[in-house]
Design a protein around this ligand. Structure first.
Ligand code: SAM
Length: 318
């Protein structure tokens, strides 16, 4: 049974171009978000066209700063995040601090605007809210609208208490390319294999599962966060059949036995336990693809990429 806290909310945060451009500032904002107990439900870097920025800020059309703001928001990539927390809208406003940056630097130096704002236009992240329903929210995210205007005040099922904290960090584009290479690597002894079945453990926004499906492999995402599951399912609707599937469950309580391919982008602290689970459940010859953190005691068959994008490929031994 799950507890459904009454005050849980979602809110949309947009990290403005001058912060996205400065890695240390972006890192600082992302850290503050996690330190203040927000769950990042989804995160995407996008570039707004002038038209998109203009319609997004249409409520300010008659204000003197409108054109300046539109130009600025279209001047470079922005990071769009959906944040979840109890009372998220108020909490996010508080973390942002007042809009008048020159005053905020002195009155609220710890706030995001105090720390990263430059001017009232370049005042770091932004909050937007009021959104009629979840469906619209998901469509906005998965479909054409570049930015979904949010703040959905609905309850959501709290993730089970976890022994290991595995946050949502989306795979980079290079990481995905490395996963693709690992999944396509020639596989000794695979001739007799009828149908490959892939599972991504902690499937996040579903892109790894979509990658598996696009390679013609039956693919399933296992994910604890209900919003990410809903988001991935909405994305899957746009895909050709057989579509990727998603299951909302704890990866440690999920049997790996039916799968020929396992992909995981976890954290270092969980890899040893996962290794034991895979050894106990996976069939001999199964393919394991580990992203960013290798399995501590297995010897990889191959390694793809470098740094944070590294992907290791393993073959399960009998
Ligand atoms: C580092 S992200 C990886 C996301 C995705 N696989 C990718 O490569 O972009 C880890 C994901 O695991 C999910 N997660 C954390 N603990 C989990 C658990 N016990 N069972 C299932 N999913 C979990 C998180 O919500 C998050 O989406």
């Amino acid at each position: 049974m799950y507890v459904v806290p009454k005050g849980l909310q979602l809110t949309l945060a947009i990290i403005k171009p001058h912060v996205v451009k400065a890695p240390h500032a972006l890192q600082g904002v992302n850290k503050a978000i996690l330190d203040h107990g927000f769950t990042v439900v989804a995160s995407k870097t996008i570039s707004l066209s002038e038209n998109q920025a203009a319609s997004f800020y249409i409520e300010h059309k008659d204000r003197f700063f409108y054109q300046r703001l539109v130009n600025f928001m279209a001047s470079g990539p922005v990071e769009v995040k959906i944040l979840a927390k109890e009372d998220a809208i108020k909490e996010w406003r508080q973390l942002l601090g007042p809009t008048k940056v020159f005053r905020t630097i002195f009155s609220d130096p710890e706030s995001l605007r105090g720390a990263y704002g430059l001017t009232d236009t370049r005042n770091a992240p932004r909050i937007c809210f009021k959104m009629p329903d979840v469906g619209h929210f998901l469509i906005g995210l998965s479909g054409g609208a570049a930015v979904a205007v949010t703040a959905v005040c609905i309850p959501f099922v709290t993730p089970a208490l976890r022994r290991v904290c595995l946050p949502y960090v989306p795979a980079t584009t290079q990481q995905l390319a490395n996963v693709r290479a690992a999944l396509q690597a020639p596989w000794p002894g695979a001739q007799g294999q009828v149908q490959r079945r892939l599972v991504d453990l902690g499937s996040g926004d579903g892109r790894v599962v979509e990658l598996g499906a696009s390679l013609g492999v039956e693919s399933l995402g296992v994910e604890l966060n209900p919003w990410l599951v809903a988001y991935s399912r909405a994305r899957a609707l746009r895909m050709a059949r057989p579509r990727p599937r998603y299951l909302r469950t704890d990866l440690f309580r999920f049997s790996l036995a039916p799968f020929s391919d396992v992909v995981v982008f976890g954290v270092e602290q969980m890899m040893e336990e996962l290794e034991r689970k895979m050894r106990a459940e996976l069939v001999s010859g199964a393919r394991v693809v580990a992203c960013r953190f290798p399995l501590p005691n297995w010897t990889p068959l191959a390694e793809f990429g470098s740094g944070v994008d590294t992907v290791w490929l393993y073959k399960v031994k009998s």
